[in-house]
Design a binder for this molecule. Structure first.
Ligand SMILES: *Cc1c(COP(=O)(O)O)cnc(C)c1O
Length: 375
C-alpha cells in the first residue's frame, strides 16, 4: 500500500469552493435578504425566476423547495393521479421514481442506451399501456436525453413529457438549452448540483402559462389569495435567501460548466486508448453539462478502493437501481433490467467540478490507469 502522507487528497467535488470564490457577493446577497425583513415569496424569488427562465430559454420558472417537489408538483400539474402509469428510466436517482409513487401512480421502468445512459427511445413504446400518462426522461449525468424521438412518441400516443433536469443546468439539445422541450422541466438546486444553493432548492420551467400557474398555486398551500385554498397544495417554496444565492451563482454557471467541459475533454482524450475502461458518449447535437464524468470498469470496487488509497475520492451513481431498492422490491430479484444492473456494478464517477485543477486531474488519471494496468 502506497503512503498517502504528504499527498494532497483529491475530493470528488469541493462544494465549499464556490462560496470561497464568490464570498463577497454571496455575503452581500444574504445580508441584503436578512436586512429586508422579507424571507418568503418576495423580490429575490421573483427576480431569480425571471433570470432562470431567461437562462433556460423558457417562458416561466417557478421556484420550489427542492427537486423532488419539482417532479411531484410537475406530475400533479399534468394531472397524473392514482392508477396512472409514468415511464421512467430504470437507471436514475430514486427521486424520479418516488415522485411518481407520491402522486399514487406507478413508475414503469425502461432501460437506457449504454454509453449515453438515458432512456432508449426504441424501448419506450413497448412500455406504454392504456394507463400511461407521462414520459419522464432524466438528463442523467448532465447529458441530454434524446428528446426528439421521445417527444414524437409522446405526441403519437397523446402523452405529456416531464423532464428531470436535476443534473443538467446549462446543457443544450439541438442548440436549445434544456428548459422547455417537454411540457414541464424539473430542476434541483441541491448543493452538489451544477447550480446549487446553500441548502435545499428546486424549480420547474415551462413554456405553458397554465402549467406554470398550477405549480405556483400548488407550491403555496393551493392558495392564490391567503386563506382561500383552491386545491390541496403543498408547502414548497424556494426561500428568499436561497433565491438570492442562486442569482449570484447563476452568473457564473456558464464559466463553471466550461471548466467542466475542459476536464471532460481531457478525461476523454487521456483515456481514449485505454483498455478496461468504457467512456461516456455524447449524443450528436447535444452539449452535456458534465454534472458527472462516469466511466465503466470491471472490478469496480477494487479500483475504487485502490484509488482511495492514493487519495483520490470517487463515487458511484448509483450502486442500487430503484427496482432493486428495499423501497420498491423487498425480494430484490436481479435480472429484470440487465443494462441498468450492469451499470450499477461497473459505474465509477471520477472527480469532476469547476474547482478541480489540471494537476488534480492528472493525479486522478494516474491513479485510475495504475489500477487498470495492475488488474
Ligand atoms: C438530485 C436529483 C433529484 C432530487 O433533487 P432534490 O433537490 O435532492 O430533491 C431528482 N432527480 C435527479 C436525477 C437528481 O439527481
Amino acid at each position: 500500500m502506497r503512503s498517502t502522507v504528504g499527498v494532497e487528497r483529491i475530493p470528488f467535488l469541493e462544494v465549499g469552493a464556490t462560496y470561497r470564490e464568490l464570498k463577497a457577493d454571496l455575503d452581500e446577497a444574504i445580508a441584503r435578504v436578512l436586512g429586508s425583513g422579507w424571507y418568503l415569496l418576495g423580490k429575490e424569488l421573483e427576480a431569480f425566476e425571471a433570470e432562470y427562465a431567461a437562462y433556460t430559454e423558457s417562458l416561466h420558472c417557478v421556484g420550489l423547495a427542492n427537486g423532488l417537489e419539482g417532479l411531484v408538483l410537475g406530475l400533479k400539474a399534468l394531472g397524473v393521479k392514482e392508477g396512472d402509469e409514468v415511464i421512467v428510466p430504470a437507471n436514475t436517482y430514486i427521486a424520479t421514481w418516488l415522485a411518481v409513487s407520491y402522486v399514487g401512480a406507478t413508475p414503469v421502468p425502461v432501460e437506457p442506451i449504454p454509453g449515453y445512459w438515458n432512456l432508449d427511445p426504441d424501448r419506450i413504446e413497448a412500455a406504454i399501456s392504456s394507463r400511461t400518462k407521462v414520459i419522464l426522461p432524466v438528463h442523467l449525468y448532465g447529458q441530454p436525453a434524446d428528446l426528439l424521438p421521445i417527444l414524437a412518441i409522446a405526441r403519437k400516443h397523446g402523452l405529456r413529457v416531464l423532464e428531470d433536469a436535476a443534473q443538467a443546468h446549462g446543457a443544450r439539445y439541438q442548440g436549445q438549452r434544456i428548459g422547455a422541450h417537454g411540457d414541464i422541466v424539473s430542476w434541483s438546486f441541491y448543493p452538489g448540483k451544477n447550480l446549487g444553493c446553500f441548502g435545499d432548492g428546486g424549480a420547474i420551467t415551462t413554456n405553458d402559462p397554465v402549467l406554470a400557474d398550477r405549480v405556483k398555486v400548488l407550491r403555496n398551500y393551493g392558495s392564490r389569495v391567503k386563506y382561500q385554498n383552491e386545491v390541496k397544495g403543498h408547502n414548497s417554496r424556494l426561500d428568499e435567501i436561497q433565491a438570492a444565492v442562486l442569482r449570484v451563482k447563476l452568473q457564473h454557471l456558464d464559466a463553471w460548466n466550461d471548466r467542466r467541459t475542459v476536464l471532460a475533454r481531457h478525461y476523454l482524450e487521456a483515456l481514449a486508448g485505454q483498455t478496461g475502461v468504457t467512456l461516456p458518449k455524447v449524443l450528436p447535437g447535444a452539449e452535456s453539462a458534465w454534472h458527472l464524468f462516469v466511466v465503466g470498469v470491471e472490478d469496480r470496487d477494487r479500483i475504487q478502493a485502490q484509488m482511495k488509497e492514493q487519495g483520490v475520492e470517487t463515487l458511484i451513481h448509483y450502486p442500487v437501481p430503484p427496482h432493486l431498492s428495499e423501497a420498491y422490491a423487498s425480494d430484490r430479484v436481479w435480472g429484470r433490467f440487465p443494462i441498468t444492473e450492469k451499470a450499477a456494478q461497473t459505474h465509477l464517477s471520477l472527480p469532476m467540478g469547476p474547482h478541480l485543477g489540471p494537476e488534480g486531474q492528472q493525479r486522478v488519471l494516474h491513479a485510475l490507469c495504475g489500477c487498470l494496468v495492475g488488474a
